[in-house]
Design a protein around this ligand. Structure first.
Ligand SMILES: NC(=O)c1ccc[n+]([C@@H]2O[C@H](COP(=O)([O-])OP(=O)(O)OC[C@H]3O[C@@H](n4cnc5c(N)ncnc54)[C@H](O)[C@@H]3O)[C@@H](O)[C@H]2O)c1
Length: 347
């Protein structure tokens, strides 16, 4: 019906119609690993996209394709309330994806007030400015890996109603972000969803960061170096491939589900199993494989404070509410990630 209307209208009406249907979206943390993939996907679906980032861990090379495809980039800090207010008043997005964060567990333990400043105060700034412009939909990047706390004490994979008991300030600050969204829902009927991401991996993840085991181990594998595992390597995580995650985020942004939704596979993979799968993926790389990938053997260091022994999160609510299920097997996702890492490695 809509298509027919388009066909019969004049050129002027067609432009008017197009403008009405184009969605204005804003991504905080848009130059980061996940934010830059989200930006590409939003542009591909035809949105007008603005990226806000202070480039503390984000990289300009991540957003080269987004910029080429028309994304607007605004450099600034979400901790700066005036900057956030003015930016949202000027851009007036309909949907906002809030991904900017201090994302490192270890740094959150060493500098809890910095973590709270970015992840709580910064998040409140973004929520308040969003409420002030009458935003339609707020999509929050929460954590499934750090919000439940130690998975050994609950049934795994964890469901959203499981008790929340973070073991590090990072998990706590994300929980507070979720609670602010609930508060704003009660106070202002503010519409939001809190997506609890599992351990996300894929191209563009920073191997120099602390958070991405796959990127860190993948880079070592390609360099022919052996990995150091903190703990005995039997600790488990739920690894979700970036393309699957982005599909879910896009669906959640156009859906009316509210509250927390896990985005994970529900599968526990130990770090030792991850290393085996990486070694296999390295051996299957096209062309010249990585040097000595067969001898990719870990050494062990003391387990780190604040890191849980076991976690995996159930995708059942996401399946029911979003019709989403992750489809990328670990081996395939690791293969894509290694190919991208190899393409970036000089020489
Ligand atoms: N990667 C994962 O496995 C994972 C898991 C759970 C949750 N998350 C959440 O997803 C989001 C994105 O994570 P990512 O892996 O892409 O991390 P990332 O570090 O690559 O991206 C975060 C982005 O936010 C920007 N940023 C940080 N502080 C800022 C500030 N004060 N003002 C403006 N911009 C700021 C950084 O420069 C960066 O571009 C984060 O909120 C993170 O907590 C990630």
């Amino acid at each position: 019906m809509v298509g027919q209307m388009c066909g019969k209208t004049s050129g002027y009406s067609l432009i008017f119609f197009t403008r009405l249907t184009v969605m204005r979206t804003l991504v905080t943390g848009g130059a980061g690993f996940i934010g830059s993939h989200l930006a590409d996907a939003l542009l591909a679906r035809g949105d007008e996209v603005t990226l806000v980032d202070n480039f503390s861990s984000g990289r300009r090379e991540n957003i080269e394709s987004a910029v080429t495809n028309g994304a607007e980039v605004i450099e600034g800090d979400i901790v700066d309330k005036v900057f956030v207010e003015e930016t949202l008043q000027a851009v007036r997005p309909q949907t906002l994806f809030h991904l900017a964060a201090q994302g490192e567990v270890r740094r959150s333990i060493e500098e809890p007030s910095f973590d709270a400043t970015v992840n709580v105060v910064g998040t409140v700034n973004v929520i308040e400015a969003s409420k002030n412009i009458g935003l339609d939909r707020f999509v929050f990047a929460s954590t499934g890996g750090a919000i439940y706390g130690e998975g050994s004490r609950i049934d795994l994979p964890a469901v959203e109603s499981a008790p929340l008991a973070p073991l590090c300030p990072y998990g706590q600050s994300k929980l507070v972000g979720e609670q602010y969204l609930e508060l704003y829902r009660r106070m202002y009927m503010f519409n939001s969803v809190a997506l609890r991401f599992a351990n996300v991996y894929g191209p563009r993840q920073n191997p120099k960061g602390e958070a991405g085991a796959v990127a860190i181990f993948g880079e070592l594998l390609l360099a022919g170096e052996n990995p150091v595992v903190f703990g005995d390597g039997t600790q488990t995580r739920d690894f979700i491939y970036i393309d699957d995650l982005i599909d879910a985020i896009l669906t959640a942004s156009r859906n009316d589900v509210e509250g927390p939704v896990n985005l994970g596979t529900g599968d526990e993979t130990s770090l030792l199993e991850l290393l085996d799968s990486l070694r296999d993926a390295g051996n299957s790389l096209n062309g010249s494989g990585p040097p000595d990938s067969a001898s990719f053997e870990p050494s062990f260091a003391s387990a780190r404070t604040g890191e849980v022994k076991r976690i995996a999160i159930s995708p059942a609510r996401a399946a029911e509410e979003l019709g989403w299920n992750p489809t990328t097997p670990l081996g395939k996702g690791l293969g894509h990630t290694l190919e991208a890492l190899r393409a970036r490695t000089p020489g």
